[in-house]
Every structure is written in structure tokens, then in C-alpha cells.
Design a protein around this ligand. Sequence first.
Ligand SMILES: C[S@@+](CC[C@H](N)C(=O)[O-])C[C@H]1O[C@@H](n2cnc3c(N)ncnc32)[C@H](O)[C@@H]1O
Length: 483
Amino acid sequence: MSFRTCSGFCRCGRLFFDTVNSYTSIGCGMLLLGLERGRNVRYQSQQESEKTMPPVLQFSNAVDVATLQLWLKIAGQHFTQKQIAEALGVDARTVRRWKAGEIEPNPYQVGPALRQLILPFGAPKVDDAEFTFIDLFAGIGGIRAAFEGIGGRCVFTSEWDSYAQKTYAENFPDGHLIAGDITKVEASDVPDHDVLLAGFPCQPFSIAGVSKKNALGRAHGFQDETQGSLFFDVCRIIQKKQPRAFLLENVKNLMSHDKGRTFDVIRRALIGLGYHIHTRVIDGAHFTPQHRERIIIVGFRDEAAAHAFDFDSVPLPQKGKAVMRNILHRTDGSEPFIEADGNKYFDHETAAVLAKYTLTDKLWAYLQNYAAKHKAAGNGFGFGLVYPESVARTLSARYYKDGSEILVWQGEGKNPRRLTPRECARLMGFPDSYRIPVSDTRAYKQFGNSVVVDVMRHAAGMMKTALDADYEAPELGLVYKTA
Ligand SMILES: C[S@@+](CC[C@H](N)C(=O)[O-])C[C@H]1O[C@@H](n2cnc3c(N)ncnc32)[C@H](O)[C@@H]1O
């Protein structure tokens, strides 16, 4: 396969800016701009194995929160908290809370000043990353966003859908190439990494070439039981690259799928690869106004790290605190203007969501009739109306069809409306700096397939603590021996 890495571009991609915002490229970014401009960066897609990436994807102007965190870290190496606060026009407590991840800095407010502050110190070094990770079945990078947020650096991505690649590349402009079909990637071509991340599609396993009877009496290798599934590809990369840890994400139903057999195969395969695993179902409603239960499987190669990990170590925020009001476009004049969106979803002059998101009389009548029919038959499934204080149902990848699972109430006698793609992004925990460069239909599919970023960040933070314990363990051993 023709996958190549491009580490020089990786290092500097984050330092290219939007000229509209009067930013310029700096440090080694400037050097690379000269070297890279005009070069075709290539990436793989599902539709075509290789395709020329449009220039806009090479030098995106996205300055996301993860980037700001990195800049804050660099600034922290040269200035006191007070000095940083003064330069940014905030108080020192705010800077401390940004650094601790308690609140997020606003890229549009502090980005330019922060960049100015670190300008003399050049580009962040690769070594600044606290750990490396790979992003399999990457979608639009929801899991990646969380792991970058805690100091990780992505060294490899696989995603075969070219529209998801477009959204991903625009939001994570670090320049390493996006590999396509993971089944075609040799495990030896995957760079070394500390943590493997995969929100793999769930598939039933048919025991390949092994009858049930034979299977019972033998030690199972993942090769026997998962052959032909995408989980097999996750296993073969773990086996070859031996990452220190992994995080796998899936729908809650994975546990009951095929009467629990699918999950049992997964569990045994991971343990068979020498990993200690923890699993937990977490509902996105702890963080965003959306019921979205997902299973998270976390595994550690090192026993000390596995022992140090505890899903209960950080309490989840109370469910129901986040409500739709927090993510819906505000019609009271306080809706922030997002440059990349312009008036695509929300008309800032009239302070209203565009009319095209309101259901037509025909569709609204159809959904009401359909719901009434099902109610009469004793089935509860119909449309889901949401109000400012509601928590929504799960956003699905089919949302683009009729939007019936989450319809926004617009007042008595008025037809409800769909969420806009920007509202979907917020419902999944993506910051407003996250760019949506695809059509509404694609965007609905992509967000419906993604993860609640905050759930991933929650798990990622606990994993990092455990991995730090993993590093400390041998030193403790030495102290005991010499004492
Ligand atoms: C459940 S989604 C994961 C979404 C991701 N966690 C996110 O935050 O957006 C699974 C993704 O796997 C991708 N995929 C499925 N089969 C694949 C394959 N053989 N190679 C690479 N990507 C694949 C799909 O296109 C889809 O985007």
C-alpha cells in the first residue's frame, strides 16, 4: 500500500493561520510553507485509492482548543501565569483553569495574543507531546480531539470515507496522511505509538474455519474467531505494535449482540493478546444534552497501569444538567458569529435559524400520523420533540432522512425544525471552532457516527493518570531494592 508519513509537515501544520484573521505563518511553519506549497499532499479514499487533496486541506486556518492548550504549555515554559494573564487580558485564575482543563479558552479571543506571546520561541517540538497515539476508524476525529486535549499527538490515521477525511483533515491539519481501508494496511507500516484508539464498526463473528465443537476445546487466538471482521484488524495491529494502552469504543448493544457472544470473543481476544482490560458503558448525557450510551473498553499492557486505572476515580457530572438550551442557536442576539459558518445555518441579521430546517407541512403531518399509528399498536416509537430544558435522544447517522428522533419545538401551532449541523456538533461536544466543510447530509451522518467528545476526554484523562503510574512503577521497585 502507498501510505507514507510526513513528519516535518506534522510538526508544523498547526502553525498555519487564516489570513482573513490577519495571521501569518511563523517559525519553521514559514520554512515549510515555502517547501510544501504547490506540492500535492495525497491521501487514500474509499472511492479511489488515491486522490489529490485540495489545497485548502493543506493549510487550514483552524485554531482549535487543543492547539491553544499546546501554546499555553509553551508559554508556560517561558512566562509566569501572571505574565500570560496580563498578555491575554484575563486574570491569572482563568489561565490556571485553562491549563487544568476546567474551562476552555476561546480561540477567537485569545488565539492571536497567545500566538504573539510564543512567537519568539518558534514551533512546538514533536517532543512536546506527552504520548503518541493512532486513530483507527477515525471518522471525524472525535476520539482524537479528546486525546489531543490531554497532550497526545496523533501519528497515524485510518478512515476510508472521503467525506469524513475531508472534515478530519480540515480540523486536524497536521499533515500526516490519512490511510484508507485499514484491512489493506500492513501492521508493520503503522508507526510506533503509545495508545491505539478505535471506534470500530460492530460486526458478528462467524468462527472462520473452526467448528463450534473444535473451538470449544482449543485455546482461542483472535485469528480463529475474528477473521474477516474489522476487530481482527484492530487485533493484528495491537499484536504487532504492542501499544502501552488502547481505547475501543462501540455501541452499548455490543455487549448483548449475538447473546453476548460477540463481546465475549472481543474480551477473550484482547486478554489473549496480553492486555488487562476495563469496560464501562457511559451515557453522553453526563456531559451534553443527549442520551448516547456507548461502551468503552480500555486495555493496558502493563499490570501496574491497569491497576492504577479506575473508571470510578473521577465522578461523572450529574446527568440532566446539560440541556438543549445550551446547544441550540440563540435567538436573543447572543449567538456567537462563527466565521467558518457565516450565515449557513443561522441568519445573524434576523437572529433566526434558516427556514429550510423547519419541517414542511407534509413531512410533519406524516410523522404525526406515523407516531399515532404506532401508539395505537402499542409501540412507543415516534418522533422526539425537544424543548429548551430537554435532553435529546441519540443522534443517529440517519438524522438527515427526516430528523424525527430530535425535532426542536418552535412554539404552539408551528412546525418543529431539525437541528442544524452546528447544533449537532455541539450536541456531540465539539467546540464551535470545529469546522464543518461538507454538505448538511454528510455532516449529519458524520456527527451521528461520532462520539461525545467529553465522554472520550473523561476516559482519556483517567487513562493518562494510569499510564503515568505505569512509568513510575519501575522506579519505585528500585527504591525498595536499594533501601
Ligand atoms: C463508528 S464510526 C467512528 C467515528 C469516530 N469515532 C468519530 O469520532 O467520528 C466508524 C468509522 O469507520 C470507518 N470505516 C469502516 N470501515 C473501514 C475500513 N475498512 N477502513 C477504514 N475506515 C473504515 C467508517 O467510514 C466510519 O467513519
